[in-house]
Design a protein around this ligand. Structure first.
Ligand code: SOE
Length: 380
């Protein structure tokens, strides 16, 4: 197995999910490459040092430039807030590194386009971490659609609901709450949550061509962790949009951080001519499937327990009936990335595919601002 040295920039929530994935991948997937946790980079030296010890990194640093300048690093993995993605990714591409970048790719489409051009010019392998594609039940949904089991698709519906910012006391900015600071995040739920739904939807159901959206910022001012002052909130707390897909189907998407009782309720439902599919992140190992071809006396929604070895990724894990979880989606992502290197085929979504999602997010925000339908820019 060829060794690949990994430098992860960012030791937060995503730094942990990615570190875990690199540690696990070779135990479960037969891939030709073996990632080595080489360097972890983060803001505070003592935290980076403790993280390095806990996860088995060979070294740590507080300066991301050192990761890029290090000739021994093969993969730069970007797990920092959105406003730093572009600078790091462009520098990493120029240095000839392979790049895995957390979602959303950038603050906006313009920045994402520059990043895409940089990785394509440098011809480096690149992947954006839209991990929910790799929940086995979600991948199975994509397989069933591709097999034509749903026939013509009429409707695509998706929600991503949370409730963690309802209190006015939640600040903006800083390490734990940068997602509420528009300068660090670019947008609110649109880039953070709907981007997941849009990525999965376009992967399963094709390109979105136009959108009509509304957004709301329920709490207009919050204390900023860095300045200590109460400042205007620039993000969207909630966003709802409808859209048209290229294939003629209609889409409905909703996301909020104000749905009391919901922590991360990502759901989608797809209605086709012959069959429908539904999935719920809180029950992530199940796929609901309704097939109109079933005999009428037994026809109904089936709850498919996605654990059998002929289902996506499941032959790599335990025995039928035993489930896997959230963290495994990141292991699958790394396995697919390494597999892609071996086969010479990019793992998806590439930066260019994530750019398409970024353009939809931009159009959603601009539609909400202007109260108009917006056509989506085509990234190809
Ligand atoms: C926000 O709370 C968040 O952590 C997102 O940033 C992730 O992308 C999503 O998967 C879960 O929620």
């Amino acid at each position: 197995m060829k060794k690949l040295n990994v430098g992860i920039i960012g030791y937060g929530f995503m730094g942990r999910t990615h570190s875990n994935a690199y540690c696990m991948v070779n135990h479960f997937f037969n891939v030709a490459y073996k990632p080595q946790l080489q360097v972890i980079c983060g803001l505070e030296d003592n935290v980076a040092k403790a993280f390095a010890e806990q996860w088995g990194y060979k070294s740590h640093t507080t300066d991301w430039h050192k990761v890029i300048e290090d000739d021994s690093i093969d993969i730069v993995d970007i797990c920092v807030p959105n406003n730093v993605h572009a600078e790091i990714a462009i520098a990493a591409a120029k240095a000839g590194k392979m790049i895995i970048c957390e979602k959303p790719l950038a603050l906006n489409g313009e920045e994402a386009k520059t990043m895409t051009e940089a990785v394509e010019k440098a011809q480096v392998a690149n992947l954006v971490s839209f991990n929910y594609r790799r929940v086995p039940a979600v991948t199975l949904a994509k397989m069933l659609i591709d097999e034509g089991r749903l026939g013509r698709i009429f409707h695509y519906r998706a929600n991503f609901l949370q409730d963690w910012t309802i209190s006015e006391q939640v600040p903006q900015g800083g390490v734990g709450t940068w997602r509420l600071d528009v300068k660090a995040a670019g947008s609110g739920v649109t880039g953070d949550l709907l981007a997941h739904c849009i990525d999965t939807a376009m992967w399963q159901n094709g390109r979105i061509k136009s959108v009509c959206a509304m957004t709301e910022t329920f709490i207009k001012e919050r204390k900023h962790v860095e300045t200590g002052k109460v400042e205007p909130v620039g993000i969207d707390d909630a966003c709802t949009f409808m859209c048209r897909f290229d294939n003629g189907s209609l889409g409905n998407f909703e996301s909020t951080r104000y749905a009391r009782g919901h922590k991360a309720l990502y759901t989608f439902e797809i209605n086709g001519e012959h069959a429908s599919l539904a999935w719920d992140l809180h029950d992530l190992h199940r796929l609901s499937y309704f097939d109109h071809a079933d005999e009428s006396i037994v026809r109904g929604w089936r709850s498919i327990h996605v654990t059998d070895s002929d289902m996506p990724y499941m032959d790599k894990w335990w025995v039928p009936g035993l489930q896997i979880g959230y963290e495994h989606t990141f292991v699958h992502q790394i396995a697919d990335f390494l597999d892609g290197l071996e086969k010479g085929e990019p793992a998806r979504p590439t930066f260019r595919e994530a750019l398409a999602t970024q353009y939809v997010c931009d159009a959603v925000l601009s539609s909400a601002k202007t109260n108009t339908w917006q056509n989506i820019q085509n990234p190809v």
